[in-house]
Design a protein around this ligand. Structure first.
Ligand code: 5GP
Ligand code: ZN
Length: 131
């Protein structure tokens, strides 16, 4: 947590373009936006990832994303948005709101070719972990 950039943003030690704040969460613009309006919502307290974050805070971040996203879409005249957790870079739980425009040139997720046999095997492997 000591050197966590998002903790520093939450503590106002590092500036950000904040669009929402309350006692528990803060929302601010991503410094390297996928599209304009790209927003991050974080708990102010440090949790490394979604699995370590208490359920009520996970809910709060997603509910805040649900509330803010339509306003962001309107503000940047986007057509729709992604609301997701990537967690590739900063180890402080955060939810992305990524505005998307039809024909914005971004590719969708790359996909794999698969078949029923493979999908059934993966389904069985996952069910073994769940049950
Ligand atoms: P992820 O961990 O979800 O893969 O990516 C972290 C996100 O945080 C990236 O989209 C990156 O641009 C953003 N980010 C990293 N450092 C900063 C920062 O100092 N300020 C802001 N506003 N965003 C940041
Ligand atoms: Zn942190």
């Amino acid at each position: 947590m000591n050197n966590c950039i998002f903790c520093k943003i939450a503590a106002k030690e590092v500036p950000c373009h904040m669009i929402y704040e309350d006692e528990e969460v803060i929302a601010f613009l991503d410094i390297n936006p996928v599209n304009f309006g790209h927003t991050l919502i974080i708990p102010k307290k440090h949790f490394a990832n979604i699995f370590e974050t208490p359920d009520d805070l996970v809910c709060k971040c997603f509910l805040k994303a649900k509330e803010l996203a339509p306003k962001i879409i309107k503000a940047v005249r986007a057509d729709y948005c992604h609301i997701n957790v990537a967690g590739q870079d900063v180890a402080h739980f955060h939810v992305h709101i990524i505005p998307r425009h039809n024909n914005d040139g971004l590719s969708n997720w790359p996909t794999k070719k698969t078949n029923n046999k493979e999908l059934n095997k993966i389904k069985e492997d996952i069910l073994k972990e769940i049950n």
